[in-house]
Design a protein around this ligand. Structure first.
Ligand SMILES: NC(=O)c1ccc[n+]([C@@H]2O[C@H](COP(=O)([O-])OP(=O)(O)OC[C@H]3O[C@@H](n4cnc5c(N)ncnc54)[C@H](O)[C@@H]3O)[C@@H](O)[C@H]2O)c1
Length: 398
């Protein structure tokens, strides 16, 4: 029988994928209460949640998943029975620079959430942990078979290593404490609301400005791309039909070389790829390919609906219609942006710009320098008397 959640906590929904998931669930299930917890990092935007803002069953809380008091408090006071955990540092390039931020947010942050679930006893009926295809590491170029859910995890970069580390904790809390966990491992996602440090929106914004599209290395590495609405539907299916203790790949068999993505963008902007594409220095490590077996999720009834051509066109149209969604992001459009990830704004190589395009008060009390790992979190016993942490919540977005 399908699972029916009542009160869902979605982490990271001011970011890209989870905003689509949140907006979809709010639209389709007015009887579910949805509480979003997001620290409004540089890549987030409250405008991503505009379709949900006036719904009575939607609440936004600005705060860090690494704050045990806040998480305990929310689980208890909002009677959360379901967690969909998306919040993470997600940009591989940044992880080559400041990987401690990845450990802190992706591993420690997940650990705090899991510990809060343990503290609140049997309240949590589903903990959906969002991981990535990158945890499998690189697939051989000539491999005809994709990684299936029981394949070995062999991450190759600090980002994917922290995602794999978080998965290990999730699995352990499932085994040790009976937490009903489900893990997803997804291919690349693209579409509206994606911060333009990622390949496709970056190419589109550069093309809109008539600037060259930079490609790391030779551009022959291959990626699989899914359109955001299809992925949001996959999460809707997994939420209702996913089996506890199972892992689901969210994948597509369609692959394309990075250079071909650039060529497709050039075509849509009538640009000459010969003069508009620039090969630049590669990353320290750039996986050749991520190929996953997508059968298991198909057995739950999901399949991708959006063709590449349709998805790319919709994405392009959205960015053209919303050129100022992110404010000034010129720093993110550099071939190798170096994100310093200091709380409270965007900092690229000494370039600083405030992210807060909508009214909200930052309550991020994290005073750690960007390269520090927090010593420990104070975990209060939130079982019956949660302490009221200081946080800021808005039911509506200006
Ligand atoms: N984008 C992809 O192609 C892709 C593919 C597979 C899996 N994933 C996974 O999906 C999830 C979402 O990815 P995305 O691309 O939408 O991310 P994103 O970078 O667009 O958004 C991440 C969100 O998490 C929030 N956040 C980060 N750390 C936080 C913390 N400590 N506390 C509270 N909020 C925090 C940020 O403010 C932001 O709103 C991630 O877990 C990622 O690993 C992404």
């Amino acid at each position: 029988m399908a699972y029916r959640p009542k009160n869902i906590l979605i982490t990271g929904a001011a970011g890209f994928i989870a905003s689509h998931v949140c907006n979809r669930l709010i639209r389709n299930y007015p009887d579910y209460k949805i509480v979003v917890l997001d620290k409004l990092d540089y890549c987030s935007n409250l405008k991503n949640l505009l379709p949900s803002k006036s719904s009575p069953n939607f609440k936004f809380v600005e705060g860090d998943i690494g704050s045990a008091d806040l998480v305990n408090y929310l689980l208890i006071t909002e009677s959360i029975d379901t967690i969909m955990h998306f919040a993470a540092q997600t940009h591989v390039d940044n992880s080559f620079g400041n990987s401690f931020e990845f450990t802190k947010n992706n591993i420690f942050g997940t650990h705090v959430l899991l510990e809060a679930c343990k503290m609140t006893g049997q309240m949590i009926k589903r903990f959906i942990h969002v991981s990535t295809d990158e945890v499998y590491g690189e697939t051989d170029e000539d491999s005809l078979v994709g990684n299936h859910e029981a394949s070995q995890l062999l991450p190759t970069n600090p980002y994917s290593a922290t995602k794999a580390g978080a998965e290990m904790l999730v699995m352990a809390y499932g085994r040790s404490y009976g937490l009903p966990v489900i893990t997803t491992r997804g291919n690349n996602v693209y579409g509206p609301n994606q911060f333009p440090e990622k390949l496709i929106p970056k190419f589109i914004l550069l093309a809109m400005r008539g600037l060259p599209l930079p490609i790391h290395g030779d551009g022959l590495n291959v990626r699989s791309y899914l359109y955001c609405e299809d992925v949001a539907e996959a999460f809707e299916v997994i939420l209702h039909k996913g089996e506890v203790d199972h892992v689901y790949n969210i994948g597509t068999k369609k692959e394309r070389r990075v250079i071909d993505v650039a060529k497709d963008v050039c075509k849509l902007f009538s640009m000459d790829p010969k003069t508009s594409i620039k090969l630049v220095e590669n990353r320290p490590f750039n996986d050749q390919r991520y190929f996953v077996d997508d059968q298991k999720l198909k057995c739950l009834g999901w399949s991708e609906r959006t063709t590449w051509e349709e998805g790319l066109r919709k994405t392009l149209d959205w960015y053209v219609r919303n050129p100022d969604w992110w404010g000034d992001v010129s720093g993110a459009l550099l071939p190798h942006p170096r994100m310093l990830m200091v709380p409270g704004g965007r900092h690229f190589d000494g370039f600083h710009e405030d992210t807060k395009s909508v009214s909200s008060v930052s309550t991020n009390t994290d005073n750690n320098s960007p390269s520090e790992v927090p010593a420990s979190a104070s975990i209060s016993n939130g079982k019956h008397h949660p302490t009221m942490p200081s946080y800021h919540h808005v039911n509506c977005i200006e």
